[in-house]
Design a protein around this ligand. Structure first.
Ligand code: ADE
Length: 245
């Protein structure tokens, strides 16, 4: 599962340059019984299997020996993994990601990790795809990786808002045009347009984000305009003005 993802795009690029190092540990290798069993039935009954504490903690302790990483258990019950958390984790020298499987892990394993994180309110069959999401989101923020691929400052969520809308050539596609301001070369106008687009999209799609976003008095004025519907039609919204059928 990890091979292809780590050998593609920015993750491959960062690994080749020594900016990112990923080591994989097979939990089964830390099982001591004949069958190398890593899971067992839950006490108290119920369906599914639970990951046993001993091989998992042995794996954690073995993997954590060298560089004292921040230990993170990936689980749907964890705190939300957000862009702010990705930014904080990108400042850590080393991370240890623990992937649960089956119905869950023995609750005592939590005493051996620093954080428990979830990548979203849905249940995956294991923590591995979640770990890959976390690795991707964190690795692209590492100094030296940033800027080589894309701009982090304009990312959705970096400023607490969704990102603006973007267009590339052609200027007209199947009758849909690009907002004129983007063709104007007027950088101040373009910046204003993009900020407005960020606010409009966030208001429409994720109004919850506005509660904690850093907003200027100008932003608040624009939001009031957008909310009252009094705002002039935003170019680039839906079918753009100037569409020729
Ligand atoms: N393991 C299973 N589901 C998960 C989720 N949503 N986030 C992190 N780890 C998980």
């Amino acid at each position: 599962m990890f091979g292809a993802a780590l050998a593609t795009g920015p993750l491959k690029w960062a690994r080749e340059r020594g900016l990112l190092d990923v080591a994989l540990h097979q939990i089964r290798d830390y099982a001591t019984d004949r069958h190398r069993q890593v899971d067992d039935t839950p006490y108290g009954g119920g369906q599914g299997m639970v990951m046993k504490p001993d091989p998992l903690v042995a794996a954690i302790e073995h993997a954590a020996v060298v560089d004292r990483p921040r230990r993170i258990l990936l689980a749907p019950q964890g705190a939300s993994f957000t862009q702010a958390r990705a930014e904080a984790l990108a400042r850590e020298p080393s991370l240890l990601l623990v992937c649960g499987r089956y119905e869950g892990v023995d609750a005592r394993v939590r005493a051996f990790v620093d954080d428990e994180l979830s990548i979203g309110d849905y249940v995956l069959s294991g923590g591995e795809p979640a770990a890959l999401c976390l690795i991707d989101a964190v690795a692209r923020l590492l100094p030296e990786v940033v800027g080589s691929f894309d701009s982090v400052e304009s990312d959705s969520f970096h400023s607490g808002l969704l990102d603006a809308t973007y267009y590339t050539r052609p200027a007209e596609y199947r009758g849909w045009t690009v907002p004129e301001v983007l063709l104007s070369g007027n950088h101040a106008e373009i910046a204003r347009h993009r900020r407005r687009e960020q606010l409009r999209r966030t208001l429409e799609r994720r109004p919850d984000l506005l509660e904690s976003a850093a907003l200027s008095s100008d932003d608040r004025r624009i939001l009031r305009e957008l909310e009252s519907g009094a705002a002039p039609a935003t170019p680039g919204r839906g079918r753009a003005r100037g569409r020729r059928a």
